[in-house]
Design a protein around this ligand. Sequence first.
Ligand code: CP3
Length: 341
Amino acid sequence: MTSRERFLAALACQPLDRPPVWLMRQAGRYLPEYRAMKEKHSFVEMVRTPELATEVTLQPLRRFPLDAAIIFSDILVIPEALGQPYRFKETGGIEMEYALRSSEQISRLRSKGVHQRLDYVAQALARTRSELGNATALLGFCGTPWTLGSYMTQGGSPTESPAILELFQKDRPLFNQLMGILTSACIDYLKMQIDAGADAVQLFDSWASLSPDKDYGEASLRWVQEIIEALPSSFPVILFAKGKAHQRKALVQTGARVISYDWSVNLAQERKLVPASIAVQGNLDPEVLTMDQETTQMRTLELLESMRGHAGYIFNLGHGLTPKAKVENVQTLVETVCNFK
Ligand code: CP3
């Protein structure tokens, strides 16, 4: 069975001898070969250049027998394509060129032609697919409208009193206008990724927890559902709603095929609470990879054991790899999953 077949079987909740494994987001920077590329190119330049984006995507695959690759890009390419550029600060964190606040600024967003301006991502996907071959799954992704809007209205990483929440609470028509623009852009962009060869796409609602529980449906999930409904029917969508695991019913109602969990939940318990036709993904604490190899192996085995016998499971971290993750720990993690019987 190829890695891709294993991944697709997990998506379809078929029983497997071991779960597929891939590593989420920002998987580049703990690798010396990624840091070497960054000596020569800025982050945004690598994202925008298909040859470079392909190379960064393949770097972890050259070292570890991962079952899926996630395309190297960023969720912030959508704001950029709409006319609000971003920058990755070397001191950490994200900076947008300005904070999007007024209705004039929102009306000025270039909502037509998003996928044309993001054609470099389609090229990177097609190139990655041809280098990767058909034996490994390839994932696309995008941010949810709520999470993208959080960065855009803040002008950078959201703070404790997030601008997006203020907009949601004080000017609902304008909030809805912004979400509508972002929803269309996400649909446009994801369809392009699917056409370019993605096997599945992950939606990152990384800032889900900025929304009060009672509002989460209106603030975020309603737009997520609209996106999923607009994609080819039964195309697999993985939904990562950080901090909202307890809203499992609402998450499932969006039409997502897989729910991806952060490390704060007991995954085996969660598996029993979501319908058997929905796969789950997660959720090793990324901090484990900054510790030692024995701990990495032990914690990986604990999670695997707890999920033994559950079909529809994809092994993953509960969030992205941190820059402090040790390469040998990543090696141990992937080997432990691959050798699990
Ligand atoms: O594994 C991969 O490399 C896949 C590509 C990928 C990146 N970002 C590359 C990246 C993916 C899937 C993302 C998603 C992303 N980007 C999210 C959603 C996931 C999550 O974190 O919840 C978010 C919120 C972003 C926005 C963003 N971009 C953040 C918060 C950061 C880190 C800022 C910091 O201070 O750490 C980035 C930068 C970024 N995106 C890097 C990479 C490889 C690091 C750049 C570098 O250090 O060179």
